[in-house]
Design a protein around this ligand. Structure first.
Ligand code: ZN
Length: 272
């Protein structure tokens, strides 16, 4: 029997994860063992570009497929331990996913397009004006890297309430996918408490600590809190470290609308 297939060596590439502060090795995406997942991603991506867009279930499927690909490409360390995508901080995941695409395609530069924000901006072919940029990882900056709070507190009449918090890992996004694929049928209030609850590890009320809370209990507790009580928690979420790619604002030559060119969330980086 030919040893052709066994002769191909899998290359390993190091990636430094800034938030975890460790180096991991990844291998390029190979079509041989990920074909069904890659086909699923292609199908969902073309639907996303179409008129209807994706349902929250399909958006979740797309993310789960990407998670599978990333997990398959993270190599175990010399001790046999392996890192999984869902436990990575979002900023680290963005870095790792970008590196994975670069080592797979060999492209360090990607063309990206921004559409004019003006809904009424159309040229004669009814195509909205798009501005092209060249995306290079070197232009990205890690913002809020040193933000390292692990709890937030507020006063509730005469007692202090403290939330002990989790970092913004990928599993929080996976569990709250509706937040990121909102359409006109989405009721934000229904999902916001669940999203906030995802960050809470335990709650102290005065001297008493509540561990091992179910998500349901946390959601119900948050439902009792006022918006102002939750401000420190929202600030914590907003201050989480994230990579940001940002170019100067640009003016649309067709309609004069001022547009931004910025990528600052996981969905944006994943779609490059
Ligand atoms: Zn325009």
């Amino acid at each position: 029997m030919s040893d052709l297939l066994n002769s191909y060596k899998v290359a390993k590439f190091p990636v430094h994860l800034d938030i975890a502060d460790k180096q991991v090795f990844i291998r390029p995406i190979s079509h041989a063992d990920m074909k069904p997942t890659l086909e699923l991603i292609d199908g969902l991506k073309s639907k996303k570009r179409g008129e209807e867009g994706l349902t929250p279930q399909e958006a979740a499927q797309l993310l789960a497929a990407k998670e599978q690909i990333i997990d398959a490409c993270i190599m175990p360390n010399s001790m046999g331990e392996k890192i999984y995508a869902r436990n990575l901080h979002q900023a680290d995941l963005v870095r790792l996913f970008h590196e994975l695409k670069m080592i797979t395609s060999g492209n360090r530069d990607n063309e990206i397009y921004f559409e004019c924000v003006n809904e009424n901006c159309e040229d004669k072919q009814k195509k909205r004006y798009s501005k092209k940029f060249i995306f290079q990882w070197e232009d990205c900056e890690l913002r809020n890297k040193d933000y390292d709070e692990t709890s937030v507190s507020f006063m509730n009449v005469d007692q202090e309430i403290t939330f002990h918090l989790k970092p913004y890992t990928f599993d929080i996004l996976l569990n709250n996918i509706e937040m990121f694929s909102m359409n006109k049928n989405t009721k934000l209030v229904d999902i916001l408490d669940r999203f906030h609850a995802s960050f809470i590890r335990s709650i102290d009320i005065g001297e008493k600590s509540y561990d091992n809370l179910s998500q349901k209990e946390i959601i119900e507790f948050l439902g009792k809190c006022s918006d102002s009580d939750l401000l420190p928690l929202m600030k914590y979420i907003g201050k989480q470290p994230m990579w940001v790619w940002e170019k100067e604002d640009w003016t649309c030559p067709h309609c004069g609308a001022l547009n931004t060119a910025k990528i600052a969330d996981i969905a944006g980086f994943f779609s490059i």
